[in-house]
Design a protein around this ligand. Structure first.
Ligand SMILES: NC(=O)c1ccc[n+]([C@@H]2O[C@H](COP(=O)([O-])OP(=O)(O)OC[C@H]3O[C@@H](n4cnc5c(N)ncnc54)[C@H](OP(=O)(O)O)[C@@H]3O)[C@@H](O)[C@H]2O)c1
Length: 263
């Protein structure tokens, strides 16, 4: 089975790659950081390839996927995990950063889906996993662009599932709340300390990765993890009240780049 995982160099994507490291799988590991991808490959038992690509490239959004399929064949499972975020007053965000976050979090994943979907429908098999966020159904201050991108990806994903599930193609939407990764650490550092940040349940990437594997195997529609954040899905009014009154203020500094953004 050819499994394509974007954002496999860090955090949730890295954990997903390890969860899918089962005999018979061939993993295409996609990210910008080659050294981290090579280190991951050295730990894996199944066949894998590192595909170094910048998913913010609007001119060629799916060249990386074409390259992955040239070697390992058509995608059986596409996992759109790569993502970016910032936590800042919205007025200070410039147009180029808005373009990048929409390209990485929405346009590139949807372009990738358009690339794999016709072949999956023809075969009447295949699985698409979209890593959205609880931000998809939970607006939050200082997160306006991020919540907009995750809402777009989450709604696209849920709608597509309704459309193609009877044609043999499964679509799973994953809604993580805070999960301990470099992105989450950086985001928490951007807001002022408060009891809300200390009380917010934080998940574990390896646990989430196992839930993603189960969602693929059992054809589950969605995963919300940690389950505390399902409150925003089932009771959106309460989730919005909590976000409006208890999410602490952002420090207002420009969100520092993550390791991959610096290079
Ligand atoms: N952690 C959380 O609390 C949380 C909560 C909800 C949703 N999520 C979502 O989960 C996904 C993974 O996040 P994470 O927490 O694991 O973050 P992370 O540790 O920062 O990992 C992000 C991954 O995305 C890749 N990536 C970012 N920009 C890229 C680009 N321009 N081109 C190619 N790859 C790029 C990074 O690889 P390179 O830097 O090597 O390119 C890295 O592998 C994201 O979609 C995020 O929005 C996370």
């Amino acid at each position: 089975m050819h499994v394509v995982i974007t954002g496999a160099s860090s955090g949730i994507g890295l954990a997903i790659a390890k969860a899918f490291d089962v005999p018979g799988n061939r993993l295409s590991l996609v990210a910008r950081r080659k050294v981290e991808l090579r280190q991951l490959q050295a730990e894996l038992r199944c066949e894998s390839q590192a595909i170094v690509a910048d998913l913010s490239n609007a001119e060629d959004p799916i060249g990386w996927l074409v390259r992955a399929e040239e070697t390992f064949g058509p995608s059986d499972v596409l996992i759109n995990n790569a993502g970016t975020s910032y936590v800042e007053p919205s007025a200070q965000v410039d147009a180029e950063r808005v373009r990048r976050i929409f390209q990485i979090n929405v346009h590139t994943p949807i372009a990738a889906i358009h690339h794999v979907l016709p072949a999956m429908l023809a075969r009447k098999s295949g699985c698409i996993v979209n890593i959205a966020s609880n931000a998809a159904f939970q607006p939050a201050p200082y997160f306006a662009h991020y919540t907009a991108t995750k809402g777009a990806l989450g709604n696209f994903s849920e709608s597509l599932r309704m459309e193609v599930s009877r044609e043999g193609v499964h679509v799973a939407t994953i809604y993580p709340g805070p999960v301990k990764t470099p992105m989450a650490d950086r985001n928490f550092a951007q807001v002022k300390e408060s009891s809300a940040t200390q009380l917010a349940p934080v998940g574990d990437a390896d646990v989430l990765a196992k839930l993603v594997l189960r969602a693929v195997r059992k054809k589950q529609a969605r995963v919300i993890y940690p389950s505390f954040y399902a409150i925003g899905w089932y009771l959106p009014g309460i989730g919005r009240f909590i976000a409006e009154h208890f999410v602490p203020k952002a420090k207002g500094t420009v969100t520092p780049p993550l390791a991959g953004d610096a290079g």
